[in-house]
Design a protein around this ligand. Structure first.
Ligand SMILES: NC(=O)c1ccc[n+]([C@@H]2O[C@H](COP(=O)([O-])OP(=O)(O)OC[C@H]3O[C@@H](n4cnc5c(N)ncnc54)[C@H](O)[C@@H]3O)[C@@H](O)[C@H]2O)c1
Length: 342
């Protein structure tokens, strides 16, 4: 099949395009970006072609699926339009900036009957897959509490516009700052690993260190720390940061009735299980993807498989909406200094 990519920045270059290129069912990638040079650069790199306009891309009947890799504020426009044009859609996270916008996309999914998947790629890493298996096996008993974090040195080191004027720092385009950029990944991961949903939150947020192109503190948070309670009463904490300078932290600890599961805490062993008697079991799987180490995420292969086999995608629009609700709740809690029920 042929696929189209809308938005030819960093995630298109480092994940979507190379993984489509490596998928045996993909014949050609068609690139569209309002900055034509960026589309051309990826077309050259991945031996694809450029669409001159969004309409040209969406009206092309030979294209079956679209990756929406545009910045956050346009996901609901492009993903909705692509679905209603009869394309399967893999939308980047966060699904949208508001619940109403997410519902627009979900409605278009229903109307079109096409596959909608959202790129919450944390579900796919081997360590997270293994962690889910260990939790489900009941070897450690029930999950009681958890602690998760995701932080790096900031999107101005990643985005195609690698300066402080990046859209990631603008309220109207990024929406949620680090909470929607990194936080939403771990919210989705906790939902996935625990088979449970976060239902109550409190939080503190700040723009502690990042400045915009004029030297002013950015309009969105660069750090947020949260207390979380799930539907079934589990308690957790989460910290999300764009100011972890020197090294990324992408780790999670799950505390259970009969021991502890540590994920991405040890460089050598991606999972450590510590039993209640102190016994340690180490799993050597694969290193987590970082901004500097982009290995195959498995997301594109899963999306293509869903389309080919007519299977429900591993991350649905509803899953993405559930995570969006939590991020909105966390930000409301931080703003109002109140506990928020999701
Ligand atoms: N799943 C992940 O792990 C992950 C990682 C990074 C980024 N992302 C998400 O991917 C999306 C893109 O992020 P990025 O890092 O590639 O950003 P980026 O700034 O590097 O690239 C975005 C591209 O979209 C294009 N674009 C923006 N608005 C457009 C419009 N209206 N019409 C046409 N083109 C438009 C820009 O010109 C730019 O080339 C964001 O939603 C981000 O949250 C996801």
């Amino acid at each position: 099949m042929k696929v189209g990519i809308i938005g030819c920045g960093s995630i298109a270059k480092h994940r979507h395009a190379p993984e489509y290129k490596g998928n045996p069912y993909i014949d050609e990638i068609v690139f569209y970006d309002r900055n034509r040079d960026r589309a051309q650069a990826l077309a050259d790199l991945f031996n694809g072609r450029v669409a001159e306009s969004l309409d040209e891309l969406l009206e092309d009947k030979s294209i079956e699926a679209i990756s929406d890799c545009s910045s956050n504020e346009t996901h609901h426009i492009f993903s909705t339009k692509a679905l209603l044009s009869g394309k399967h859609v893999l939308a980047e996270k966060p699904i949208s900036l508001t619940i109403a916008q997410a519902n627009e996309i979900l409605e278009a999914e229903k109307q079109s009957g096409k596959v909608l998947m959202v790129d919450h790629n944390q579900r796919f890493t081997r360590a997270h897959q293994k962690a889910k298996e260990i939790i489900a096996s009941d070897e450690l008993g029930k999950v009681l509490t958890f602690k998760t974090t995701f932080g790096h040195n900031g999107p101005e080191h990643w985005s195609i516009n690698s300066t402080n004027s990046t859209w990631f720092f603008k309220k109207d385009r990024s929406g949620f700052g680090v909470a929607g950029d990194l936080g939403i990944h771990k919210v989705d991961l906790i939902h996935y690993l625990l088979g449970d949903e976060i239902k109550q939150v409190s939080a503190f947020q700040g723009s502690l260190d990042k400045v915009d192109e004029h030297g002013n503190p950015i309009e969105v948070c660069d750090n947020i720390v949260c207390n979380l309670k799930t539907q079934s009463g589990r308690l957790g904490t989460a910290s999300f940061s764009w100011t972890y300078y020197g090294e990324e932290d992408n780790s999670t600890i799950i505390y259970c009735e009969k021991g502890i599961l540590k994920i991405y805490h040890n460089e050598l062993y991606q999972i450590e299980v510590i039993k209640e008697n102190g016994e340690r079991i180490h799993y050597q799987l694969e290193a987590i993807q970082t901004n500097d180490n982009q290995t195959n995420s498995g997301v594109i292969d899963a999306f293509v498989r869903s389309i080919r086999l007519g299977e429900k995608p591993i991350i649905s629009g509803e899953d993405a909406l559930a995570s969006l609700r939590v991020v909105l709740g966390i930000l409301e809690a931080a703003e109002t200094e109140q506990v928020v029920r999701i």
